[in-house]
Design a protein around this ligand. Structure first.
Ligand code: GUN
Ligand code: ZN
Length: 432
């Protein structure tokens, strides 16, 4: 067994319904076979387990590994394309790059960069938007398995308005999706997610095929985009003859507790009611919404209807892999004056980046209590760096957490574990 000695911050209970930040200075986490089997003040844990190895993480802070509920694997190399709205950005930045993943050697390089970028940002679990090419999705699953990350992913499908090279048919989408799910769903830490790109690029028969696959692959997830941009929404309304974007998915059984919808910047009340009733999740992607000028996320309305919300980076429209940055941008957006704002506290940001995502993905992770796997990140700023100075001068735990969100970057994430095994750290980095 190993005792990890650290200042630990986590949010086991939902702060949107009264849960508090749990902050423990000089805690001892007793880990056996990757699972946390004891927790308390370090001195007490040590006294009960005198012979056990101690790993000293007292410099800095330990947080749960982050859970990213919306991130595109083929878009790592196009992060940072600014000055475009959604449909122009897709056309000019994302889709030309996504076509390149038809080459499995190219896709293998991207997959490696992608999983390393997740780990480097302290992300240990993710719902990953895959590629339009089945072999590329396969290499992503392989790269995630090699590193040890908890990845839920699937083949992205489209048969409507999109670049021709990325189109498929409903039958082929079903067959290739089923083959990938047979190979990967439930293998190690991998799970399958049925993933039509968005209703704008899909016909109704394609969404029907997605519904069939989702119901045929037991325990599969469903993910897509929803209500992101006004032009997108009006095109979907015209294509489907429906004013309710969610209905394009719902009529095929695709709205349930294992469904995650990215963005939802412009929902109707009816859509929010249906999502709340079904226990679906919205992946809020604040840097992407800002970068593409999508609009301000109506957090207050999601809360009012009881819709579950987690965080997504939406790389590559989002500006990086760090859920610290997403949390901060979520906070900034809700600080703008107006009736609709929903002020967020540091405990909300940590919950959105961890436990909320775990709930969306039905994973027993997200906090560092007894019975959880040791999925954790050690944030250890360089001595004398601004974050180091500010953390040492924090007023209290909540203030320290605010500082982590304000100033923390992947450069401050020193080591990351999944189930007690390092997936990022000095030795792994120097190994290549
Ligand atoms: N809608 C359809 N595809 C995409 C994508 O790749 N990124 C974002 N942000 N929205 C989308
Ligand atoms: Zn997206």
């Amino acid at each position: 067994m190993t005792i990890y000695r650290a200042t630990v911050l986590d949010t086991p209970d939902d702060p949107f319904t009264g849960g508090r930040l749990r902050a423990e200075a000089d805690a001892g986490l007793l880990v056996h076979d990757g699972m946390i089997v004891g927790r308390g003040q370090f001195a007490a844990v040590k006294a009960q387990h005198l012979g056990e190895e101690v790993v000293d993480l007292t410099d800095g802070v330990v947080l749960p590994g982050f859970v990213d509920t919306h991130v595109h694997f083929p878009q790592v190399r196009v992060i940072g394309g600014l000055g475009m709205s959604l449909l122009d950005w897709l056309e000019q930045c994302a889709l030309p790059e996504e076509v390149r993943l038809a080459d499995v050697t190219y896709a293998t390089g991207v997959a490696e960069e992608f999983v390393r970028s997740l780990a480097a940002a302290g992300t240990t679990s993710a719902l990953v938007f895959g590629s339009h090419f089945a072999p590329a999705v396969g290499v992503l699953f392989e790269a995630a398995a090699r590193l040890g990350l908890r990845v839920t992913c699937g083949l992205v499908t489209s048969d409507g308005i999109l670049r021709e090279e990325l189109l498929t048919t409903p039958d082929r989408a079903y067959a290739e999706g089923l083959a990938l799910a047979d190979r990967w769903h439930g293998t190690g830490r991998a799970r399958y997610a049925v993933t039509p790109r968005f209703s704008l690029s899909c016909t109704d028969p394609m969404l029907a095929a997605c519904g069939a696959l989702h119901s045929d692959v037991e325990g599969s997830f469903f993910t897509s985009h929803l209500n992101e941009n006004k032009q997108e929404i009006s095109t979907v309304a015209t294509l489907f003859g429906l004013r309710n974007y969610l209905e394009t998915y719902d009529r095929h059984g695709l709205v349930g507790p294992r469904s995650v919808f990215a963005h939802n910047v412009y929902p109707t009340d009816r859509e929010l009611r249906v999502m709340a009733d079904r226990g679906a999740t919205v992946a809020h992607c604040p840097t992407s919404n800002a970068a593409l000028g999508n609009g301000l996320f109506p957090f207050r309305r999601h809360r009012a209807f009881g819709v579950h919300v987690a965080l997504g980076t939406d790389v590559g429209a989002g500006n990086g892999f760090s859920l610290l940055k997403e949390g901060m941008q979520a906070y900034f957006s809700q600080q703008l004056p107006g009736r609709k704002r929903y002020p967020l506290a540091p405990r909300h940001l940590l919950y959105l980046a961890t436990t909320a995502g775990a709930r969306a993905l039905d994973l027993n992770v997200g906090h560092l209590g007894v019975g959880m796997p040791f999925d954790a990140q050690w944030i250890r700023p360089a001595p004398g760096s601004t974050l180091d100075v500010v953390l040492r001068n924090a007023r209290d735990d909540t203030d320290a957490l605010a500082k982590l969100f304000a100033l923390g970057t992947p450069g401050d994430v020193h080591k990351v574990w999944v189930e007690g095994v390092p997936v990022l750290g000095p030795t792994l980095l120097s190994a290549g």
